[in-house]
Each structure stands twice: as C-alpha cells, then as structure tokens.
Design a protein around this ligand. Sequence first.
Ligand SMILES: NC(=O)c1ccc[n+]([C@@H]2O[C@H](COP(=O)([O-])OP(=O)(O)OC[C@H]3O[C@@H](n4cnc5c(N)ncnc54)[C@H](O)[C@@H]3O)[C@@H](O)[C@H]2O)c1
Ligand SMILES: O=C(O)[C@H](O)CO
Length: 314
Amino acid sequence: MTKKIVFLDRESLDAKVRAFTFPHEYVEYESTWTPEEIVERLTGAEIALINKVPMRADTLAQLPDLKLIAVAATGTDVVDKAAAKAQGITVVNIRNYAFNTVPEHVVGLMFALRRAIVPYANSVRRGDWAKSTQFCYFDYPIYDIAGSTLGIVGYGALGKSIAKRAEALGMKVIAYDVFPQEGLVDFETILTQSDVITLHVPLTPDTRNMIGAEQLAKMKRSAILINTARGGLVDEAALLEALKNGTIAGAGFDVVAQEPPKDGNILCDADLPNLIVTPHVAWASKEAMQILADQLVDNVEAFVAGKPQNVVEG
Ligand SMILES: NC(=O)c1ccc[n+]([C@@H]2O[C@H](COP(=O)([O-])OP(=O)(O)OC[C@H]3O[C@@H](n4cnc5c(N)ncnc54)[C@H](O)[C@@H]3O)[C@@H](O)[C@H]2O)c1
Ligand SMILES: O=C(O)[C@H](O)CO
C-alpha cells in the first residue's frame, strides 16, 4: 500500500534525500511552524520527517493516521515522546553522524576563547595595535589548551569523540554521565576542576537548567563553558551575569533557549568579548549533513520493513 511521507522543514537540511524504495507519495515543505499548518500538512500522512518542528501532544492528537516521526537530528526534545507513545507513534532519531563536525566546532570555540582570538582580531580592526606603545599588548588574557583540564558533561557519542581530540591536544579529560561507565567523575568535580566544560547531554526535564548561578559560582574564574548540545541546559540570565562580573572567563554557545531567536535573546544580543554565539551550526558540515540524510532514509526504510531502528524511548 502507498504510504504518504511528509517532510515539514526540508529547508533545515542542506543535503540530498535519496528516494524511498517502497510505494509512497512524498511531499516536502520548506518550513512549517504553527500547529494548524502541521495538522493540515500531516493529515493522512503515516510518516512525518521533521528536524525542529514542534510535535506537541495536542497536535499529535489530531493526527490519527501518523505512525512514524523520523527526526532528522539526534536531539528529539521537540517531540512530546510520552504523547507519541500513548498514540502508538514510533519516534526515531539520527545517531553518531556528527562525530567530526561537532567536536571540531567545540575545539574551534575552545581555542578561540582560551586564546582570545576574536577580541584581539576586533581590537586590531578598531586600530588598537596601531596605537600601541609596544610591538604587542595584553588586553585579554591568553591561556594554553595543552595542560588544561576538559570536563565533559554527557559521555555519549559526542562526548567520547571530543575526549579523543582533547587528549591529542595534551588536555587532561574528566567526564560525567548518568549512565554508569568506568572512570567517570561526579558533576561537582567537573564544575570545580575543569578549565573548559563542554555539554553533550540531551535536553530533558532532568537536564533543563543543569547549569545555573549556583553551578557557575563553583567553576574556576578562569574557566570557560561550551554548549553545543541544547539551549535550555543553561540558565542564560545567570550565564550573562557570570560573564559580566567575571565569575567565569568565557562562553561559547551554538544553541540558545529559543531558535531562531526571533524575539531577541540575551546571549545573542550581548556585546561581550568573552562570549561567542554561533547559530546552531555545529552539526552542519557538508559531510555530516549527508550522513544524516542517508540515515534518515535508512530509518524510514527499516520502519516500513518492520525492523525499526534508532527508536527513541519515551
Ligand atoms: N549543536 C549541534 O549541532 C548538535 C549536533 C548533534 C547533537 N547535538 C546535541 O547533542 C546531544 C548529545 O549528542 P550525542 O550524539 O552525544 O548523544 P548520546 O545519546 O550519544 O549521548 C548523550 C549522553 O548524555 C547522557 N545523559 C543523559 N541525561 C543525562 C544527565 N541528566 N546527566 C548526565 N548525562 C546524561 C546519556 O547517558 C548519554 O551518554 C544531543 O542530544 C543533541 O541535543 C547538537
Ligand atoms: O540534534 C542534532 O542532531 C543537532 O542539533 C542538529 O539538529
């Protein structure tokens, strides 16, 4: 029987999505945001492909034909998984596609912040070097990466990929995870011992705001915080305050609480030398996006063949 497949936010994936091999009707939309649009476009569809379209309980309740939500990402926080489960809808995600692209983004942010590359480059553009009384100047402290301690929060696929690179750079690596694994340390040790903390946990009720004013106060004043996982893990107001008053030395964020930040965002709007914000592109190397697109089709094919893979449990 022909299955209807609808991709609701095709524009969010810059890669080729190969044709499905089973009888199907395929429709794609560049972007879809409102619950009304979601319901209208998915009515009659068995398979929804989404990247960041919110699939909330009241929306799913209006889609009795839907059987599969194939998320074109690792993070599935946009889907109400309990509601999907209650309705018999399977949710699948993409795994281990970003093993180079995210670690490289993290390493880039780490070097840029520890070596103050952006503020120094900006100061040259402002003419500060030309006015200097010496051949160089020390307006921003520079710290080496080698010899420093990296604290990884969430020791899954990406946490482990970053650990390998950090060790090659001469860093001491410590890691924390709720899933028991050999050699892990507790969260308190990550906060107090790390020179760089990098977050790699999913956004869940347990991880929401896991870093707030209390946790920032425990970090070294020379430490930096990197978040390429999800907005919502860090209390943004507390972070901004900590960056302004020197509680920590810097932050590199690829994700914010609301994306896109149409109504403004305090981190995106802040003009601070010790803060770098990128627009959720850590995942987006050409290579990674194609691996993702291929796995997206594999996930749908496996589901239709009766052997679902990468199923996300409630
Ligand atoms: N910015 C980007 O472009 C980008 C790209 C890929 C993934 N991500 C985000 O990164 C996250 C991690 O990706 P991954 O591939 O490493 O996932 P993963 O599932 O392999 O690893 C996540 C780890 O977090 C751990 N964890 C879960 N809850 C925890 C908690 N409360 N405290 C401590 N550890 C906890 C899990 O046990 C697991 O080991 C994704 O969920 C996604 O949100 C972002
Ligand atoms: O979760 C992911 O895979 C990234 O955030 C890209 O959407």
